[in-house]
Design a protein around this ligand. Structure first.
Ligand code: GLU
Length: 312
């Protein structure tokens, strides 16, 4: 007999808990180092808006790099494709998320908007067009979660340890890629990274991306089809840092991770999945979270190239 969705989630969390000991929380932002690395939670939001949850799915944590998906989507909507992709590429870099080597030596613009250099370039552009308050309000809509706020402690912790991202921003400025000043660009970038979400909020956002940018509960279109198609493609190829290739083979679902331990996954036309597991692997991806997603993908046939799709 097929397992029910609730049981599949419970088993995946139970099995994944053993993996948290193998990872570490991010400590280069000191405040993230204080999070309990044993947390592990998952939430699935299916096409009719029903949420299924297991484990620590209602603990708030900072969205970090997952905000890069939101910033890219808003930049594409407001600044257009040409202006956005004039400054940032759409190729996987194969380098770590905070690398500046390739940008300095081999290229005149960041490889893609999912690494720090690309996201800072996008934030620079956005900071001339839209306030942080409006970005926050839109993030709440995309995640169907009105309780998302700025985590002041994490924001100040990152701003106090910003040297590497500042180096990236100055390099971008030297190449004429920044639209706004270094301080203004970094401020919006770090504020967006410091928004507090839950696995449940990410599952809601995932469902909106799975539903072509429309909130299926209200019928409201939040993002255009072309923007949604673009961000999902970039999530698939670049969303899991330099682990994106293996993740695409093993899980096969467009996803974006953050060093706060979150993973946003989009199972096209079927569901959104949110993960929280702050113990990270060496690439900065939630170690147990990836395990949970592999198990869900196998059991529910979520891989985008799976041959048979059962009802979930
Ligand atoms: N705020 C983090 C940084 O810029 C985000 C990194 C991430 O989640 O990959 O370093």
């Amino acid at each position: 007999m097929e397992e029910r969705l609730e049981e599949i989630l419970d088993h995946a969390i139970e099995n994944g808990r053993g993996m948290t000991a193998l990872g570490k929380t991010a400590t280069y932002i000191p405040e993230l180092g204080h999070v309990n690395k044993e947390y592990l939670g998952v939430c699935v939001c299916t096409g009719d808006g029903t949420y299924y949850e297991s484990g620590d799915s209602d603990i708030r944590f900072t969205i970090q790099s997952i905000s890069k998906v939101i910033s890219l989507a808003v930049a594409l909507e407001r600044c257009g494709f040409q202006k956005t992709f004039d400054r940032v590429g759409m190729e996987p870099s194969g380098d770590s998320f905070d690398s500046l080597v390739r940008l300095d030596l081999a290229s005149d613009h960041p490889s893609n908007p999912m690494i720090n250099s690309g996201a800072i370039a996008v934030a620079s552009h956005l900071s001339c067009e839209i306030s942080f308050e409006r970005m926050l309000a839109f993030t709440r809509k995309l995640c169907m979660d009105d309780e998302i706020i700025l985590d002041e402690k994490v924001y100040h912790s990152e701003m106090g340890h910003i040297s590497r991202n500042k180096a990236i921003a100055y390099l971008l400025e030297s190449k004429g890629i920044l639209e706004n000043g270094v301080e203004e660009s970094l401020d919006l970038y770090v504020r967006m990274c410091s928004l507090c979400v839950t696995a449940r909020s990410l599952a809601g956002f995932g469902l909106i991306l799975a539903s072509d940018g429309i909130n299926p509960l209200t019928g409201e279109r939040l993002l255009s089809s072309k923007v949604v198609q673009t961000v999902k493609s970039i999530m698939l190829t670049c969303g899991m840092y330099d682990g994106s290739g293996r993740f695409a083979v093993e899980v096969g679902v467009p996803s974006k991770s953050g060093v706060g331990g979150g993973i946003l996954s989009v199972v096209d036309k079927r569901m959104g999945i949110g993960i929280f597991g702050p113990a990270l692997d060496s690439k900065g991806n939630s170690i147990a979270g990836q395990y949970v997603l592999r198990e869900l993908s196998d059991k529910m046939r979520l891989h985008m190239f799976a041959d048979h799709v059962p009802e979930y």
